[in-house]
Write a protein of this length. Structure first.
Length: 300
């Protein structure tokens, strides 16, 4: 991309939110490029059945492929490189990547989050098969009636366990030590008929799900699926580095049209705190793209 060219909009993040924003902007006849580090959270989804329009379900990789093709068909430039630094001076943003330097009048951050997960054997394989999961809002329906484990801090774990209790009577919270789960959480678990497995010694992904050993030499216990309720890391560094306001957890603070406290900078999808769902990110994308298009019309 030519160093002197100033794009109307640069989008940082090639997940569903970023690609949807690029599609809208391209159809508004704006010059737009997507900078994609290739690590979208959506790529980890083995099969989603709660994304509208795909009754048989769709994998995250397939959805991303379709969105990339749709965007590029309308002229969107996709740069396969992460943005390593971002700056803004006199109303123009500069983006530094391994592929070179780019400039834009507006920037949309669609950098998302990274889910925290325990260090267990076969983690990546478990994610790909659905034995390890992160979002009960997305796929709690699919595990109805199964043996479900939850790992995480006691408050987060109990909230997720109670949510999933609607789908199955077989819910188990995993803890390494009894003191990891406080008295209040234990009472909530008992009231909801949720079992707590203390002194978990080992967790491993197997062909049929997940195996848990409570103490050295004890028998293995079987789970069909394990949910990780361990929080996430928000990819908001580029925003904070240029002075954008964020909340205590690191999510970028945005207004009704997804604009940040930095003029010309927008944040959409999981990097702006909301219900972490693909459809929400796509909705954010449409709102932000329309607002930017209107602002560009006002400039002229």
């Amino acid at each position: 991309m030519a160093d002197h060219q100033v794009l109307d909009v640069a989008i940082i993040g090639g997940g569903p939110a970023g690609l949807t924003a690029s599609l809208y902007l391209a159809r508004f006849l704006r010059s737009v490029a997507v900078f994609d580090a290739g690590d979208s959270r959506a790529a980890l989804i083995p099969l989603s059945k709660n994304f509208p329009g795909f009754p048989e379900g769709i994998s995250g990789e397939d959805l991303l492929r379709r969105l990339r093709r749709q965007a590029t068909d309308f002229g969107v430039k996709i740069v396969a490189a992460p943005v390593e630094a971002l700056d803004v001076r006199q109303g123009t943003f500069t983006l530094w990547t391994p592929a070179g330097k780019s400039h834009a009048t507006y920037v949309i951050l669609a950098t998302g989050i990274v889910d925290k997960a325990p260090a267990i054997s076969g983690l990546r394989e478990g994610i790909s098969t659905g034995a390890i999961r992160f979002c009960p809002v997305c796929d709690g329906y699919e595990v109805s009636g199964q043996r479900i484990g939850i790992v995480g801090e006691d408050d987060d774990a109990i909230k997720e366990a109670i949510f999933l209790r609607r789908y199955s009577p077989h819910i188990f919270i995993l803890a390494n030590y009894p003191e990891d789960v406080g008295r209040a959480a234990r009472k909530q678990a008992a009231d909801a008929d949720i079992e707590i497995w203390d002194i978990v010694d080992d967790v491993a992904v197997v062909e049929t799900g997940v195996e848990v050993r409570l103490a050295e030499g004890s028998a293995l216990l079987h789970l069909d699926v394990l949910y990780c309720a361990m929080g996430c890391e928000v990819r908001s560094e580029l925003a904070t580095n240029i002075g954008a306001d964020c909340d205590q957890k690191g999510f970028v603070s945005v207004g009704p049209n997804l604009e940040t406290s930095v003029p010309g900078l927008y944040a959409i999808g999981d990097v702006a705190q909301a219900l972490n769902q693909i459809v929400v990110g796509c909705g954010h994308a449409a709102i932000a793209a329309a607002d930017i298009n209107n602002a560009l019309r006002g400039r002229k």
